[in-house]
Design a protein around this ligand. Structure first.
Ligand code: SAH
Ligand code: SF4
Ligand code: F3S
Length: 470
């Protein structure tokens, strides 16, 4: 048994690349059994779930969307805010009920919550019916651990990892757009954030492995890749590489659309901006989390930039990258945030006129420095600030969307619309969601779409003509 420890999670002693291969004897052992997988949290988790699916299906499990039919339930959890945790705990209650009187019903917990010692304690005490807990660093051990399961609860969570895992297989959700990990972990230690503890220290994949993966995806018909890291600007610092070079090399593979998330405003270099501006296949879309517009709060958050530095970077991006769209993340109600601090945030939002923003109320995470800070601001006040912020945010996303009305834009069509089978959906180069009148044959193509209606969170459009291949 291995239990998580937040102090150990902060350390990293060496780095090595570990190549994973699945034991041939494991294939198909669970033939015909069904699994139900639910994913919470960010793109990292969504992509990790693609690895989990691949392992389970190699073992012979088949997917079901009906939990009552399943023999195995896997919850890939997120720890970023308390409400993410509440959702998982709520769903666990349902799993417990379904497991009653059934020997063939196993429950597995994976993901970031499993790296939190207080959660693991509660699993041991209150959720004894959970069969297996696996951490974020050892997903590749899932087949072995499933085969070894017995009546006792198994907890295999490592607190840190020096390894960079290579050679993972993924059962990708899409045949058009793909996630590509470029690095794992985060070294920024923003004082509110649990991620450096749940995902470990920053470690980069090798440039060649990433390029090979992108080329392979291109050969298999993928039109878009999104390079994934908690802070992609930091890519390569541990292995003598740079994100600017990686981005350029990926652009040179000829992949039609290249995106990346997330970039921290700190150490976003001019070179990176120039590369984004230079290549047409690097999409003009940047997610640039602000978190707060108050210098006082930014300092307490350990964000390493001031409001002025943020605005300077923002303006540089707008000037140098034609037609760039920028979105952001904002936290309100950080401990002792004053009305003045909050107004500073609103002022930055007014200046930046973001294309979109994810807004959150600060949620204390046990083990992080901010969770220990005294806080006199009431929840009522925080909720009111969130509402005021959202009004301004929505005003600008709507305004930016309106600019596209009656314009013809390129949209990469990803799939059929769930609500309306006469429509498909896709994204503009600037990452705006468009519902398009058109048939399934458009899926996987970048097509011209005339925008006929613009709302705050999506656009409607009509297919005009297929883009001529270059
Ligand atoms: N690596 C990414 C962040 C991933 S978490 C980055 O730095 O941009 C996504 C967002 O969740 C963060 O940008 C932040 O706005 C929010 N968040 C993180 N910890 C939080 C907390 N304790 N309470 C509320 N929001 C939080
Ligand atoms: Fe969390 Fe900050 Fe790292 Fe983002 S950069 S994952 S907010 S510690
Ligand atoms: Fe959540 Fe872990 Fe992502 S805490 S936001 S799933 S890195």
């Amino acid at each position: 048994m291995h239990l998580p420890d937040l102090n150990i999670a902060k350390d990293r002693t060496s780095k090595e690349n570990k190549y994973i291969e699945l034991n041939e004897n494991y294939k198909k052992v669970f033939n015909g059994q069904k699994y139900f997988l639910r994913t919470y949290g960010c793109q990292m988790n969504v992509h990790d779930s693609e690895a989990i699916r691949s392992y389970l299906e190699t073992l012979g499990y088949v997917n079901t969307e009906v939990i009552e039919e399943a023999n195995l339930v896997v919850l890939n959890t997120c720890a970023i805010r308390e409400n993410a945790r509440d959702k998982v705990v709520g769903f666990l209650g349902k799993c417990k009920y379904l497991k009653k009187n059934r020997d063939d019903f196993k429950i597995v917990l994976a993901g970031c919550m499993c790296e939190q010692p207080d959660f693991i304690e509660s699993v041991q005490k209150n959720h004894k019916y959970v069969d297996l807990v696996i951490g974020t660093h050892n997903i590749h051990e899932l087949p072995k651990l499933l085969l070894e399961l017995n009546q006792k609860q198994t907890i295999e969570v490592y607190s840190n990892s020096d390894e960079v895992i290579e050679g993972m297989n993924f059962k990708r959700d899409s045949k058009v757009t793909a996630w590509v990990n470029i690095m794992y972990g985060c070294d920024k230690f923003c004082t509110y954030c649990i991620v450096p503890y749940t995902r470990g220290r920053e470690r980069s994949r090798k440039l060649d492995s990433i390029l090979e993966e992108v080329r392979h995806l291109k050969m298999n018909g993928y039109k878009e890749v999104t390079l994934l890291g908690q802070n992609v600007n930091a890519y390569g610092r541990d292995i003598g590489e740079s994100f600017a070079n990686l981005l350029e090399q990926v652009a040179l593979t000829g992949m039609e659309r290249i995106r990346f998330v997330t970039s921290h405003p700190w150490n976003f270099t001019d070179e990176m901006i120039d590369i984004i501006a230079k290549y047409d296949n690097i999409m003009p879309y940047i997610h640039l989390p602000l978190q707060s517009g108050s210098n006082e709060i930014l300092k307490k958050m350990n964000r390493r930039y001031t409001k002025e530095e943020y605005l300077e970077l923002f303006n540089k991006m707008k000037e140098r990258i034609p037609n760039v769209a920028i979105t952001t993340d904002i936290i309100v109600g950080f401990p002792n945030e004053t009305e003045e601090d909050f107004l500073d945030t609103l002022e930055v939002v007014e200046k930046c006129e973001y294309d979109g923003a994810y807004t959150f109320i600060f949620s204390p995470r046990e083990g992080t420095p901010a969770a220990k800070m005294k806080d006199e601001v009431s929840m009522e006040e925080k909720e009111e600030r969130l509402q005021r912020l959202n009004e301004v945010v929505n005003k600008y996303s709507n305004k930016n969307n309106q600019k596209l009305l009656n314009k013809v834009v390129d949209v990469l069509i990803l799939g059929e619309s769930e609500k309306d089978n006469t429509k498909v959906y896709g994204y503009t180069d600037t990452m705006k969601l468009v519902n398009v009148i058109g048939g399934k044959e458009l899926i996987g193509n970048i097509v011209k779409v005339k925008i006929t209606d613009a709302k705050s969170f999506s656009l409607d459009g009509e297919y005009v003509e297929e883009k001529v291949a270059i």
